[in-house]
Design a binder for this molecule. Structure first.
Ligand code: FAD
Length: 408
């Protein structure tokens, strides 16, 4: 185990707060820098996979989160004509296994409360502009180039649009996807969408999805559902000009059960837009800097893995520091531990996304033929469930073990 270190973490999102928490609990002195003065989390639902749930269980947060989340048994995808393309259930891997649909704000609240209770030094309203490394130490610099503090190591967890990553020699590429999504979170008091993440597709240009999102942050008591609608990012203004009624007709053509949800939208500003980045690093560490979360591996959310990857990064870094005596070795071990898993999900997301969101319409006919065939082949069906579950590390490599079941 490395001697207790002084560790700086840039970003208080899911990656930064989970990393800070695990490292503080292991006895390290942790400072989290967050550029926002009053951190909070806007946005819609996220699907926590069984992998991410094991880390939240290790943090002691899972029981509380279950109360605010919605159990997800699997993923259903069908065409607008009602033909099932795939129907994946976690319990194919183990009885009772499931995911958790959560409001992003509810997860943020749980992690942030734990950060405040853990004796971590939090520096909100502090934007880190650069990190330099001198003699085995890493210095965080502000926008004026002034050093704020020197640390034994710095964890860069500043999200998909990380400028610190963009300047790293380990960056391979960071480019935006052409397609993104519109999001709306509304009440689902009749629980029409309970139990599964459901998607309806028409070609590659239209897709609507519904994720049960639990009760949300704060003291909300009505079940929520997140609606997402695929959209090319350069057509957001056209979408606004067409107006809500035209869009609602498009959504209802794919999913008539969305009527009660759509009735809650009166203004385009109630609908959020989200673009995605494909960000790839050669290694997730560089000297005394570790990269974690979207800063290290931003992907499209097609496979619902980003937060789960971030939580696994946090656990891997804590494990590497626990195993190695020397911090340099620990950071190299961290990068090695995360390499194959991260690479698989980045490749799979990049490869799959155009089949669901792109201008290449012909991919839809390939998708509509191949997925139902794959579902009939038991081996491929199981591999698809493993991929969804978040445990894959390569096509032919042994999957991650979930260890003791988080819901056991
Ligand atoms: C539409 C959409 C749907 C998604 N659905 C899912 C899903 O179902 N399941 C799933 O697992 N994942 C999903 N994701 C991905 C998931 O949201 C991300 O992977 C996750 O939020 C990454 O967390 P992070 O901590 O790395 O980054 P962030 O949450 O972006 O946090 C970064 C933090 O760093 C701060 N920061 C930035 N720059 C600086 C700086 N220079 N100095 C100091 N602080 C800074 C920011 O203010 C922010 O607080 C989805 C993403 C999108 C866009």
């Amino acid at each position: 185990m490395t001697a207790p270190l002084d560790i700086g973490v840039v970003g208080c999102g899911f990656a930064g707060s989970a990393t800070g928490l695990l490292l503080a609990r292991a006895g390290h002195r942790v400072t989290i820098y967050e550029r926002v003065l009053e951190p909070s989390s806007v946005g819609a639902g996220i699907l926590l996979q069984p992998t991410g749930l094991t880390v939240l269980a290790r943090l002691g947060l899972l029981d509380g989160l279950r109360v605010r989340g919605a159990p997800i048994l699997g993923l259903d995808c069908r065409t607008a004509a009602g033909r099932s393309l795939f129907r994946l259930r976690y319990e194919r891997l183990a009885p009772g296994l499931h995911g958790l649909g959560m409001h992003r704000g509810a997860l943020f609240e749980a992690l942030f409360d734990a950060v405040r209770a853990a004796g971590i030094t939090l520096r909100p309203g502090t934007e880190i502009d650069a990190i330099d490394q001198i003699a085995g130490r890493a210095r965080a610099l502000d926008a004026g180039g002034r050093p704020l503090a020197e640390h034994d190591l710095v964890v860069v967890a500043d999200g998909a649009r990380s400028q610190l990553r963009d300047r790293s020699p380990e960056l391979r590429r960071a480019r935006p996807y052409r397609w993104g999504a519109l999001w709306f979170v509304g009440a689902d008091p009749d629980r029409r969408f309970d139990g599964t993440l459901s998607q309806v597709v028409a070609g590659t240009r239209r897709m609507v999805g519904f994720l049960p999102t639990g009760l949300g942050p704060g003291g909300g008591a009505v079940p929520l559902v997140s609606l997402f609608w695929s959209l090319r990012m350069d057509t957001v203004d056209d979408w606004r000009r067409r107006g809500l009624d035209a869009w609602k007709r498009d959504v209802l053509a794919l999913e008539p059960r969305a009527d009660a949800l759509l009735d809650q939208i009166h203004d385009v500003d109630q609908v959020l837009t989200a673009g995605y980045i494909d960000g790839v690093m050669r290694r997730m560490s560089e000297g005394r800097i570790a990269y974690a979360g979207d800063a290290a591996h931003a992907t499209s959310p097609q496979l619902g893995q980003g937060t789960n990857l971030a939580l696994l990064d946090a656990a891997a870094l804590a494990d590497a520091l626990e195993t190695e005596v020397d911090a340099d070795h620990a950071l190299r071990r961290y990068a090695t531990l995360r390499h194959d898993h991260v690479r698989y999900y980045q490749l799979a997301s990049r490869w799959l996304t155009p089949f669901f969101q792109s201008d290449r319409s012909w991919l839809a006919s390939v998708r509509d033929r191949l997925f139902p065939l794959a579902m009939r082949w038991s081996f491929l069906h199981t591999e698809m469930v493993r991929t969804l579950c978040g445990v894959k590390r390569g096509l032919f490599r042994r999957s991650l073990s979930l260890g003791p079941r988080p819901d056991a």
